[in-house]
Design a protein around this ligand. Sequence first.
Ligand SMILES: NC(=O)c1ccc[n+]([C@@H]2O[C@H](COP(=O)([O-])OP(=O)(O)OC[C@H]3O[C@@H](n4cnc5c(N)ncnc54)[C@H](O)[C@@H]3O)[C@@H](O)[C@H]2O)c1
Length: 349
Amino acid sequence: MQVNIPLKKTVDNSYDITIDELSKHHFDTKVAIVTNPKVAGLHLGYLLSKISAKELYIITVPDGEEYKNQKSVDTILESLFNHRFNRKSLLIAFGGGVIGDMTGYVSSIYQRGIDFIQIPTTLLSQVDASVGGKTGMNNSYGKNLVGAFHQPRGVYIDPRFLSTLASREFGAGVAEIVKMAVTFNKEFFEFLESADLTTPSILQEAIKQAVQTKADVVSQDEKEHGIRAALNYGHTFGHVIESETKYKKYLHGEAVAIGMVMANDTSVKMGIMSEDEALRVKNLLEKYNLPVTYSISDVDSFYEAFFLDKKSSDSSITFILPVGLGDVKITDECERGLITDVLKRFGKN
Ligand SMILES: NC(=O)c1ccc[n+]([C@@H]2O[C@H](COP(=O)([O-])OP(=O)(O)OC[C@H]3O[C@@H](n4cnc5c(N)ncnc54)[C@H](O)[C@@H]3O)[C@@H](O)[C@H]2O)c1
């Protein structure tokens, strides 16, 4: 015997991403702003001058990637239960990617899913993490291994928050901007080469183009069955660098910058990117003081660590390799010898 549940349906998860000074919003429902003490200290006053609600609560969790965990998720959940949030209530993620990912995750599980809004405050979260609905947290097995796809109801990007960002954090965001340009948009890459992102109007244009690029990719492949994986360019190498340096030496975006240079070297060796193109990417990263070299102490253990990557399987590793500028190839057919050759020479020429 068989019973069929007809569940074929079209879901419209579309939403707008506004890049501008935050306008005033009133919500006729219970709202919780989830943030951390640092962001709250710097910008909560401004946010509260713009956001009002029938009932408004502030939930803070400790600052840092090490707190993107179950304990912080429980803190947020408990507060929602205590304040009797219901399925019409709304969460607002107010902070960098850590706050955004966790708030999104909680909103995906609280009473099986409620709405949330992203108000990202770092460059990395404005151009990347707040867009596309990947939510999650870390656990002892690794980063972002628990989570859900849950799209926000809207994203409000106000570049004014970036005025208080530390310069290394700014650079980490630039790395993700460069990532979007190299993989998908040659014109955008050329714009970045001639631009000075420390000029506010130019930065706003770059944020818009990065977000547009990511939005186009996500709308083609929301759940990363194909092309969205290209946004992991630089990450396969970068994750190993982060893990080898115990997440202490480099910010994520900095490790990705080195990883992009490694991926480019691989593309050059495969003949799908010219040396000149690879040099242009390196120069652009260096312009924002991003690291582009790394000393590999043991090439074989570096290679073995690729297998821990989420995109890899037991027997193959997925590499995201640029094809010139503005195009990309996702492949799990790179020979071990080719990669270790690139790694052996890395930083030595
Ligand atoms: N969901 C996605 O698609 C996606 C994509 C990329 C990265 N991520 C996740 O994003 C996280 C990294 O995000 P991040 O780089 O924003 O890190 P983060 O959230 O830790 O923020 C970096 C630091 O900047 C501080 N900060 C935030 N806004 C500030 C401001 N306006 N002024 C001064 N300081 C400010 C934060 O408190 C923190 O100390 C990682 O956990 C990563 O996994 C998610």
